[in-house]
Design a protein around this ligand. Structure first.
Ligand SMILES: *Cc1c(COP(=O)(O)O)cnc(C)c1O
Length: 388
């Protein structure tokens, strides 16, 4: 294996420059742990941005990929495929109501792009309402909805207009949503924007405003989906049914996949109105079947609900000197710091815990959903040591 210094040098020389990088080369993962090229072990409280819901190299996912890799890797959507059909059935069994139509793609941003197209196709309208502090991805359509001005600014001349309204503010939503609006796009818990949960009343009000105006309510469940917030999907805690849902991140156990999901009551979209070369390929569908059915069979949403509430209580009870607030749902937890997050991330990594930022001053924890209370206590102790 090439050594860490060589890995850094090669990546720095040939990489795009788009990523701020930590001086650590991850080379191996097992369960909730990761190892770097120097053999150091870390407790992973980041899950590759919420992807590794089952931890790393979960045997169910590894075996499924292994078996399908020698059966059939690629098959375009112009043909039917057994694994794709199975995945549809599985997803439809887990999504509430008639959220039973799916378009399979390869990333979260693509799922958002697809959701926008579906909303426009189903309504014949073009207006989009999104929230301030939102994150929906980096491709140009998704980027136009992503709030962070820094991400959008260089492309402003080319991005479609989107109305951004304050999150959790029903009056601003009411003023922005009209009979010209195709879609209102919302995260049940804002992730990258700082881990801010939507109030159930807010999501219920959006549902009602969409009903009144014939607008599609699109929930971005890319980060919150598949148990992360303590229910299979984040919106379920507000007891609403969205029209369209975007899925990604954890859906295929670490392989790249996104999905757009919408209510059958709205019908299918016109022939040739959308497409994807890799979308719905048998290898990734097989990984998704393994990953999603394991989340269900291990009852991870229930587990997450319990251990997440426990960790939030523990962190609040610790009265961390370096923190203003601890917030979140399930295992999507944000600690609002009194200063910048980067030194805290570094100090945690020195203590063997990998965490994430969410904006400049929020520490974000997205551990694998299979994590035990004892393993979470390791993260808690490191956080108390650094911020206590
Ligand atoms: C990560 C994320 C996206 C973008 O997903 P990519 O796979 O990086 O394109 C969109 N929305 C939310 C809420 C996310 O967390």
């Amino acid at each position: 294996m090439i050594d860490a210094a060589t890995i850094f040098e090669l990546e720095n020389r040939h990489g795009s420059g788009a990523y701020g990088k930590r001086p650590t080369a991850l080379v191996k993962g097992q369960g909730v742990y990761l190892w770097d090229a120097n053999g150091n072990r870390y407790l992973d409280a980041a899950s590759g941005q919420g992807v590794a819901a089952l931890g790393h190299c979960h045997p169910a996912v590894v075996e499924a990929i292994h078996a399908q890799a020698s059966q059939l890797i690629t098959a375009q959507e112009a043909f039917y495929n057994d694994r794709r059909a199975e995945l549809y059935t599985l997803l439809a069994s887990l999504t509430p109501g008639d959220l039973d139509q799916f378009f399979l793609c390869n990333s979260g941003a693509e799922a958002i792009e697809g959701a926008l197209k579906v909303a426009m196709l189903l309504t014949g309208r073009a207006g989009i309402v999104a929230a301030k502090r939102s994150f929906h991805g980096r491709t140009t359509g998704a980027l136009s909805m992503t709030w962070t001005p820094k991400y959008r600014k260089p492309f402003m001349g080319w991005l479609p207009a989107v109305a951004h309204v304050a999150y959790n503010n029903i009056d601003e939503a009411r003023a922005a949503i009209t009979t010209e609006t195709a879609a209102v796009v919302v995260e049940p818990v804002q992730g990258e924007g700082g881990v801010h949960p939507a109030s159930p009343a807010y999501l219920q009000a959006l549902r009602q405003l969409c009903d009144e105006t014939g607008t599609m309510l699109v929930v971005d469940e890319i980060q919150t989906g598949f148990g992360r917030t303590g229910s299979m999907f984040g919106f379920e805690q507000a007891r609403i049914l969205p029209d369209i849902m975007a899925l990604g991140k954890a859906i295929a156990g670490g392989l790249p996949m996104g999905a757009v999901c919408w209510r059958s009551a709205h019908g299918q979209i016109p022939r040739a109105s959308h497409g994807s070369t890799f979308g719905g390929n048998p290898l990734v569908c097989t990984a998704a079947i393994a990953a999603v059915s394991t989340v269900r069979d291990l009852q991870l949403p229930e587990h997450v609900c319990k251990v997440g509430a426990w960790l939030i209580d523990e962190l609040r009870a610790a009265n961390l000197r370096g923190a203003r607030e601890v917030r979140g749902r399930g295992l999507m937890i944000g600690i609002e710091l009194r200063g910048r997050v980067t030194p805290t991330l570094k100090a945690l990594q020195e203590r063997g815990v990998l965490a994430l930022p969410a904006g400049l001053t929020t520490l974000r924890l997205l551990p694998p959903l299979i994590i035990t209370r004892d393993e979470l206590a390791i993260a808690r102790d490191a956080i108390i040591e650094v911020l206590g």
